[in-house]
Design a protein. Sequence first.
Length: 135
Amino acid sequence: LTQSQSVKFAGTGSIRFEVTYDDVKAKMSKMPKLDRIGFNYLHGSDFSRYTAYEFYIKCESPNHPDIIVSIGYTKWTTILKRNEVTNGWKKIKIPCEGLFKKPCTHTYLRVFSTPKSFAPGDKIDFYIDEMKLYR
């Protein structure tokens, strides 16, 4: 996980996530029960007060497994299918209404893939930018 100042939708930069099949294979040898490979982006906001979470993703590298997101521990949503490229920036909008039964101050966006879905030669390489909550 790195910051890119050269590849961005807007503002000063984007978040880049890159992981290869060999990275996943090495991690699985140390943690065989690992069920997700990805990152969590922590927010200090109570998502229950918002109607949607929106961001942009850019993936121009084929040969990757499905890319999945969830807000906290809510349902999973596939945002990029296996080998899907975005040809520029793709807007992702995830509804927040009804996801939480009570206020939650440590909510985060989870972006991941399942290690078992990686195949030899797969590489996740994408950028995320302009993450926003809407009422």
